[in-house]
Ligand binder design. Structure first.
Ligand SMILES: [Zn+2]
Length: 112
């Protein structure tokens, strides 16, 4: 498997980068998404909120293509899983809505 999956079971928890310890998801901020240079993507089952160029280039389809074909519903986890990017950590957390999750990918190497 290209990534290590870490599941977080509490909703609205701040998420800190395991490498530089920046709060990437910080609920105290109005702009609560604060990608650091290790952040590959931040996505929900409803769509991507942030994606790095390096990660997008490793996916079979671009984010625009994925969002343009969302009539059948977006399967973000499937899209992410098909990326060829390797050796990263993916955090998966419950959104508090049944069956919906947020996913955050972190690379040990800086990607921005
Ligand atoms: Zn970082």
């Amino acid at each position: 498997m290209a990534f290590q999956l870490i599941e977080i079971n509490t909703t609205e928890q701040n998420v800190t980068c395991p490498y530089c310890h920046q709060a990437v998801l910080d609920w105290t901020q109005e702009q609560y998404i604060q990608p650091c240079e290790h952040t590959l993507f931040i996505a929900m089952d409803l769509g991507f909120e942030f994606i790095s160029d390096a990660f997008e280039q490793s996916m079979p389809r671009s984010v625009d293509e994925i969002h343009a074909n969302d009539e059948q519903g977006i399967h973000i986890f499937n899209e992410i899983s098909q990326a060829t990017f390797t050796e990263y950590q993916m955090y998966k957390m419950d959104l508090g809505v049944e069956g919906l999750y947020r996913y955050i990918g972190f690379s040990p190497n800086e990607v921005i």
